[in-house]
Design a protein around this ligand. Structure first.
Ligand code: FRU
Length: 495
């Protein structure tokens, strides 16, 4: 039986979503059905389809009492909205159904685990949130909350673990059938830790150990963990809050962190090795992964930044979109991300140029557009003489452009959306260190109506950024201080 709260949300989204025209949304990125979207939740493959749930407040373009929105897809690019999956309608989650994950049970039903939030008012007017882990079981469209919710509470925390910051369960299944779960928590040192739980049946959970502690190294609280095996290693993805910058690897605010190490499944011991950011752009957070039926590890993140998301978008009934699905691998000890081959299948109208000299500013015939895949390889025109700066301007007309620039002497790529139509003094630039070989750099820009994702050197770095530019700004220029030579391949993306 669904609650009145869920029925209201379903009725509201069904009618209000009709006011959003197709071309007012991203063309090939999943955006919210209506209202507000944040983190991907319950990213899974179930009954022949990919399922994406998400943090959802249908009633406005601002964060509010969290529901779970729901969409399904066969290729992670064409999405069909399903009715909202769960709503904050129980005594233990009435202030929000926060992030979580999904897994298939032995009997074929789908199990969701999410964080239930209960807000308690303090006498001094302040408040605090109690966070517990809760379950819902369903058939891929309708979900029933578990009668014994919550299944993990403060009683299941290690000593010093905070009951106010205990969230974002990510489940997976071991080869022997045991269900495992990683959950974010704040220990007594005020930073973050990831806790590990196990279960024989998916309903009764036992605390195992601290999988890894932040010890105040990278940001504070660690949100939205994901943990999986990849290319013989184990990868922990998490999204730290309150980061301090570290060189160009970590930026201030909410960021992303990837730890690559070894994991002993017998003793549940994670031996962490290298660490890095997941995405070096402005807008990327809380990614989740899914294992595709053919064994690929695919990641999608929320393409937004918590510090810049309270800016009203004039005339829009939606706020929030997901990144492209990205296939993960490990190369030279680093996390590599590539658009999936399903995305490559959407490419059409190939335009190609090779060995084009750039000295000043040029445009190339037919290299324009706002829903495109643009590959650019740049190198010095003269091997003996490095150019100073190479830049690409896109989503461009007389008034607007977004820029990507590269200074080979510094090995730094910068994305700059200052001229993308924002009217607020928020974050407009990000820089990433890159590896270059004598000034040669390989770029792939995937541009949708409201975003750009830049894949550098076949996915060694990715920089994702939302833009707000009117759609008729569709020009592209290539600019060089000094002389460079470029190869360009451009495709339109057709849905
Ligand atoms: C991360 C996050 C999660 C939480 C959710 C609430 O973006 O803060 O930790 O579950 O958003 O919407």
């Amino acid at each position: 039986m669904s609650s009145q709260t869920l029925r209201d949300a379903r009725r509201y989204e069904e009618s209000t979503s009709k006011t959003i025209k197709k071309d007012e949304r991203p063309a090939f990125h999943l955006s919210t059905y209506v209202g507000w979207m944040n983190d991907p939740n319950g990213f899974s493959y179930y009954n022949g389809k990919y399922h994406m749930f998400y943090q959802y407040h249908p009633y406005s373009c601002q964060w509010g009492p969290m529901h779970w929105g729901h969409a399904v897809s066969s290729d992670l690019l064409h999405w069909e909205y399903l009715p909202a999956a769960i709503a904050p309608d129980e005594p233990y989650d009435r202030d929000g159904c926060f992030s979580g994950s999904a897994i298939e049970l032995e009997d074929g039903r789908q199990l969701l685990m999410y964080t239930g939030v209960l807000r308690r008012q303090l006498e001094n007017g302040g408040f605090y949130d109690i966070q517990t882990q809760c379950l819902a079981v369903g058939d891929g469209e309708n979900y029933e909350k578990y009668e014994n919710n919550p299944v993990l509470t403060e009683k299941d925390l290690p000593e010093g673990g905070s009951k106010f910051d205990f969230r974002d369960p990510k489940m997976w299944k071991k080869a022997d059938g045991t269900y495992m779960c990683a959950i974010g928590n704040r220990p007594a040192d005020g930073s973050g830790q990831i806790l590990l739980y196990s279960s024989k049946d998916g309903f009764n959970w036992t605390y195992e150990k601290v999988l890894i502690a932040n010890n105040n190294r990278v940001g504070k609280m660690w949100e939205c963990p994901d943990f999986f095996e990849l290319d013989g290693k184990w990868v922990l993805l998490t999204s730290p809050q309150d980061m301090l910058p570290k060189d160009l690897e970590y930026h201030t605010g909410n960021g992303t962190l990837c730890l690559i190490g070894n994991f002993d499944e017998e003793t549940n011991t994670f031996d962490e090795g290298a660490n890095q950011s997941i995405d070096y752009g402005i807008d990327f957070y809380a990614p989740q992964t899914v294992l595709s039926p053919d064994g690929r590890r695919i990641m999608i993140g929320w393409m937004q930044n918590w510090d810049t998301c309270n800016v009203p978008m004039q005339g829009r009934a939606w706020f929030g979109q997901m990144s492209l699905p990205r296939e993960l691998s490990i190369r030279n000890g680093r996390l590599i991300q590539k658009p999936t081959r399903e995305f490559d299948a959407l490419r059409t109208n190939k335009v190609e140029y090779n060995n084009v000299k750039v000295n000043g500013t040029i445009q190339l015939d037919k290299v324009v557009g706002r829903t495109i895949d643009l590959g650019v390889t740049v190198r010095p025109a003269d091997k003996e003489k490095l150019y100073q700066k190479f830049a690409i301007r896109f989503a461009q007309n007389d008034k607007y452009h977004t820029g990507l620039s590269f200074r080979p002497s510094e090995s730094v790529v910068k994305v700059d959306r200052k001229f993308s139509g924002t009217r607020r003094a928020f974050l407009h630039q990000r820089r990433s260190r890159v590896i270059t070989n004598d000034g040669e750099l390989k770029l792939r820009l995937i541009i949708d109506r409201f975003s750009v994702e830049v894949f550098i050197n076949d996915g060694e770095q990715v920089m994702s950024t939302t833009i707000y530019t009117p759609q008729d700004a569709n020009g592209i220029s290539f600019i060089c201080e000094g002389e460079a030579e470029i190869d360009v391949v451009k495709y339109d993306i057709e849905m």
